[in-house]
Design a protein around this ligand. Structure first.
Ligand code: GLN
Length: 189
């Protein structure tokens, strides 16, 4: 299995380390020609959603990635990656907009922007969740399903082959969310 990790900006390196632990290969996507490689799934990491969206356009990768996701390429967005997937982005700009979720950017404010908790994620179990100036999901619609809530706010969702978490599983040593994504990919094949 070979996973592309969008590596334009943000926290991408930690994802490949976890995938390696799980026995999956990954490669970094830094420019358009990187998209020519065989890719079974895509990870959009945390960072700044506005910057990432802008770079995707400047590098002429935006439409290609959006089309592939619409056509069923399994994708996992963490934090800023969640915002990029959301079809509504309060306090930000709608980017790829492939997932029927509404995201509120920097939803926890700037002072208390970073924290960690342990909470249940459906089909995954109880996991550590690290939030860094994170969004949360204010609504899911269509086929999107909420997978986790913290303090009454939705922090993880899935819609078909798309998975999004407001938190950063790649910054913990718990590999189960990535394992769940790899299982989504296997099921999609
Ligand atoms: N605050 C960032 C944004 O709005 C997301 C933060 C993160 O990815 N850790 O894009």
């Amino acid at each position: 299995m070979r996973i592309g990790i969008l590596a334009l900006q943000g926290a991408f390196a930690e994802h490949s380390a976890i995938l390696r632990q799980l026995g999956a290969d990954s490669f970094e996507i830094r420019q358009k020609r990187d998209l020519d490689q065989p890719m079974d799934g895509l990870i959009i990491p945390g960072g700044e959603s506005t910057v990432m969206g802008k770079l995707l356009k400047e590098l002429d990768c935006f439409d290609d990635i959006q089309t592939r996701i619409r056509n069923g390429l399994p994708v996992f967005g963490t934090c800023a990656g969640l915002i990029l997937l959301a079809k509504e982005a309060e306090g930000g700009k709608v980017q790829l907009g492939t997932m029927d979720i509404s995201a509120r950017r920097n939803a926890y404010g700037r002072q208390l922007g970073s924290f960690s908790v342990t909470a249940e994620m459906k089909s995954v179990g109880e996991i550590p969740m690290v939030f860094i100036r994170a969004p949360y999901i204010t609504a899911v619609s269509g086929n999107a399903e909420a997978l986790a809530e913290v303090d009454g706010k939705i922090v993880a969702a899935r819609q078909g082959n798309q998975l999004a978490t407001a938190f950063h599983p790649e910054l913990t040593d718990d590999t189960r969310v990535h394992q769940y994504f790899l299982e989504m990919i296997s099921a999609a094949k």
